[in-house]
Design a protein around this ligand. Sequence first.
Ligand SMILES: Nc1ccn([C@@H]2O[C@H](COP(=O)(O)OP(=O)(O)OP(=O)(O)O)[C@@H](O)[C@H]2O)c(=O)n1
Ligand SMILES: C[C@](O)(CO)[C@H](O)COP(=O)(O)O
Length: 237
Amino acid sequence: MTAIWAVLPAAGAGSRFGGGIPKQYLEVAGLPLIAYALDALLAHPAVDGAMVAIAADDPHWPGWTSRSGKPVRTCVGGSERARSVLAALDALDDVTDDALVLVHDAARPCLDAVDLDRLIAAAAGNGDGALLAAPVRDTLKRASQGRSAGTMPREQLWRALTPQLARLGTLREALRDALDAGLVVTDEAMALEHAGLHPQLVEGREDNIKVTTPADLALVEFLLARRAGRADTRPVA
Ligand SMILES: Nc1ccn([C@@H]2O[C@H](COP(=O)(O)OP(=O)(O)OP(=O)(O)O)[C@@H](O)[C@H]2O)c(=O)n1
Ligand SMILES: C[C@](O)(CO)[C@H](O)COP(=O)(O)O
């Protein structure tokens, strides 16, 4: 059975969110957002453990060494998300290159178990990797000086979500090459594309939200409460 490790970039400062605490440590129902992300990944029977990239001076990390009975390891992240992911991949130096890694934003607490299972299934025998993504459902405008300068055809456009899944050795090499080439790497699929691979798009739920601003947190609070049966979901009379 191929080993699967979760990798969580969690070394960000959350500057777009603001506030005094990095958003991955904001709590919903007494749990930090990162705990929901970790638990969603580790709940899958095929996932063996997690490597979390945290800031060197992170005073908020709860110090978990395991959750759900699976190992939770940490490493020091980097100056951007991609470098934090690469640091985590390098820290998995005792895991074979053929293992699979699931890279998932610590700021995405609503990962659905069925989506995760479908993503892992899509990776079977697929050396190009795979990622959860959502088709664009809004009309997209090209902006110029605050005005609409045209409409982008959306038939071929998808929003990349996470987790993004690839073989450890393949992703480590692709990320390092893309960063060395000076690319601004915003997700793992971009590095794999730069290496000439074509990761599979696996349609995922729209509520797999990345908490970036306070408005996102309000929605995530409702979604997590509904999932736990705490939310009042009766239709508005
Ligand atoms: N140097 C960084 C920057 C981001 N991340 C992580 O990557 C995920 C997605 O990044 P983003 O939403 O951009 O988080 P921040 O960089 O913290 O947000 P901001 O850009 O608003 O500062 C988050 O879990 C964040 O902690 C990371 O591990 N290392
Ligand atoms: C990885 C990602 O969540 C895919 O959409 C996104 O690229 C992260 O962007 P961020 O600006 O680092 O939050």
